[in-house]
Ligand binder design. Structure first.
Ligand code: GTP
Ligand code: MG
Length: 594
């Protein structure tokens, strides 16, 4: 199924065309039929001779109902542009074309109706000339009469070609249903309708009214007159909702799945078109089926011709995505219609002087931002944000987990990390490395996993901290010097542990000695008593020379040390099971015979 909207001046035969093509009455209201005029949107569908299914959103042509027309055309990718042969190009022909042009609609058909009343050639030429200056340039044209049926077969064939030329929707993409009608059915409750593009809907789905966040559930689905449990786009759908009364949802709201969209009242947009914005007081933005009061701040730019870019602030938040097309218009002026293309639905605050100009420069790049552009622009961005921005990240590789980081920024962050670790260690020389969480905050990163991923040799992550792979050589210089002195002394006299005074004068207190032990420079035998790490082994070598059992004093002499050192060293060996203390206070080596 594909969906097209009608467009054109009042009374030019839009609804008649839809009625004849589909056999369905698009003017549903008694008042519409009484006045012979479309007031609100009408919906109909048919199968064309080539087998294509096509639905129509029929819009009113009267100037008073332009907002309704906009709600109909907004979510639809193609139009049937209608001009009456006997009436020619008229003001709402121009206004509707300006809307279509601003929305960037490129697919369509020019249908010249009422050809039984006047030769359609002049109206066709005139209309084609107008269309040639719009996004509908080069559209096929067909002249028809609903009264005598001439041209109707050609029209059906042309509609078939149009339908087949339209892109299929992606059922796996995010769903967003712009609501264009809300009504209640006795016994069923609230029903909303809309044109479903990408994504799909199923009975039982938990959805959200985007603007209000109200949770709703799909109770029933109907598409093109048929009940179903699942609908894929493109389709016209009617959704029976649980969890919302008719007052909780209205035209212009959108149904989405929770968490999939950025629902925002501020966005940066590219401005498309020729209208001037100056002097416009009360602007409305039209996006999908929504119409919201909007403030537009144009960014300064030096490009002259083009309208450039700007920031919109909406009265109500909408689910917006990069590449969304909408328009801004002044309802009191028919000449002010500006297309907007959403470039950033999650824009940064502009507080600094010159920030707006800088922003304009950034947004001036041609085309619609891609995932790579977003990563470059944002530096660090999660997969879920990329998805909610509406860019395809499938060709990008995350730095870690769900995080994407700009490559240039990765280099800079790596340097910042090294500098941060160095500075931190200078401030806290005795801590065993820098906690990841500390570095995360220091670098302003959103997740410690990113810090972990940025750590490069010679830094390594150990037990949640960043340490040097070569930690022993990387102690604070004065501590390292003190330790060197102690180690030199112990290399000469392995069991002459330095006295407390000596250690203090070298700047080595209990914390420094603990660090030295942790990095394997010293062995702490007891509080304030340090030896080289292999002291226990070397002590054993000497103790084996003694007659068994031996006294503390024997050991002290063999080790050439004091009782202050000998006793705790023996106790250490006891604990290690290498010596055994006998009831009389003497010792013998474990396993040694008497
Ligand atoms: N003679 C003739 N009359 C036509 C033809 N098509 C439509 N009409 C008449 O033109 C008038 C307007 O037709 P609609 O289909 O209501 O026009 P519309 O474009 O839907 O008008 P709005 O929705 O109000 O903008 C009606 O009286 C139709 O009967 C045609 O091919 N030939
Ligand atoms: Mg009509």
């Amino acid at each position: 199924m594909q969906v097209v909207a009608t467009a054109g001046h009042v009374d030019h035969g839009k609804s008649t065309l839809v009625r004849v093509l589909t056999g369905i009455e698009p003017d549903r209201w008694a008042e519409e039929r009484r006045r012979g005029m479309t007031i609100d949107l009408g919906f109909a569908w048919t199968r064309l001779p080539d087998g294509s299914d096509l639905a129509f959103v029929d819009v009113p042509g009267h100037e008073r109902f332009v907002p309704n027309m906009l709600a109909g055309v907004g979510p639809v990718p193609a139009v049937v542009f209608v001009v009456a042969a006997d009436d020619g190009w008229r003001p709402q022909s121009a206004e509707h074309l300006a809307v279509i042009d601003a929305l960037g609609v490129r697919r369509g058909l020019l249908v010249v109706t009422r050809s039984d009343l006047r030769d359609p050639r002049q109206a066709t030429l005139e209309a084609a000339e107008h269309l040639s200056h719009s996004t509908l340039a080069g559209a096929e044209s067909v002249a028809v009469s609903a009264v005598n049926g001439s041209g109707m077969d050609e029209l059906r064939a042309a509609l078939g070609r149009l339908a087949r030329s339209l892109p299929d929707a992606d059922p796996d993409a995010r769903m967003r249903l712009w609501v264009d009608r809300v009504f209640t059915i006795k016994g069923a409750g609230t029903v909303v309708t809309g044109t479903l593009g990408d994504g799909q809907l199923g009975v039982g789905d938990e959805l959200e009214v985007a603007t209000t966040g109200r949770g709703v559930r799909v109770r029933g689905l109907q598409s093109h007159g048929r009940q179903g449990t699942e609908v894929k786009g493109v389709a016209r759908v009617a959704v029976n909702l649980r969890g919302a009364g008719p007052e909780d949802i209205r035209r212009g709201d959108a149904l989405v799945r929770p968490g999939e969209w950025l629902v925002t009242d501020v966005a940066d947009v590219r401005l498309v078109g020729r209208s001037e914005t100056s002097g416009a007081a009360h602007l409305m933005m039209h996006m999908g089926s929504a119409a919201e009061p909007v403030r537009l701040r144009r960014f300064p730019d030096g490009t002259g011709e083009a309208l450039g870019s700007g920031r919109i602030r909406l009265a109500r938040a909408l689910p917006l995505s990069i590449g969304d097309r909408g328009l801004v218009r002044d309802p009191s002026r028919h000449d002010l219609v500006i297309g907007v293309e959403v470039l950033d639905p999650l824009p940064p605050a502009l507080s600094r002087r010159g920030a707006a100009a800088e922003r304009a420069g950034l947004l001036a790049q041609a085309g619609t931002p891609t995932a790579a552009d977003e990563v470059r622009r944002r530096g660090v961005v999660s997969r879920s944000v990329l998805r909610r921005l509406g860019v395809d990240h499938s060709s990008l590789r995350p730095l870690t987990g769900d995080w994407y980081v700009d490559e240039e920024l990765q280099g800079r962050l790596g340097q910042d990390l090294a500098a941060y670790v160095k500075a931190y260690r200078a401030r806290h020389p005795l801590e065993p490395g820098v906690p990841l969480s500390e570095v995360r905050v220091g670098l302003g990163l959103p997740d410690a996993a990113l810090v972990r991923a940025l750590v490069r040799h010679p830094l390594v992550v150990d037990a949640g901290r960043i340490v040097h792979a070569t930690a022993p050589t990387d102690l604070p210089p004065d501590v390292a010097e003190g330790l060197d002195a102690v180690r030199r002394g112990l290399a000469e006299d392995p069991f002459r542990a330095p006295e407390a005074d000596a250690l203090r004068s070298l700047g080595l207190g209990p914390r420094e000695l603990a660090v030295a032990q942790r990095v394997g420079l010293l062995l702490r035998v007891a509080d304030g008593i340090v030896l080289l790490p292999d002291a226990a082994d070397r002590a054993m070598e000497r103790l084996t020379t003694l007659a068994q059992p031996f006294t503390v004093s024997d050991a002290r002499q063999a080790l050439d040390t004091t009782r202050r050192v000998a006793l705790p060293l023996l106790e250490l060996l006891d604990r290690q099971g290498r010596t055994r203390r006998l009831p009389d206070g003497t010792r013998r080596l474990a396993g040694a015979s008497t």
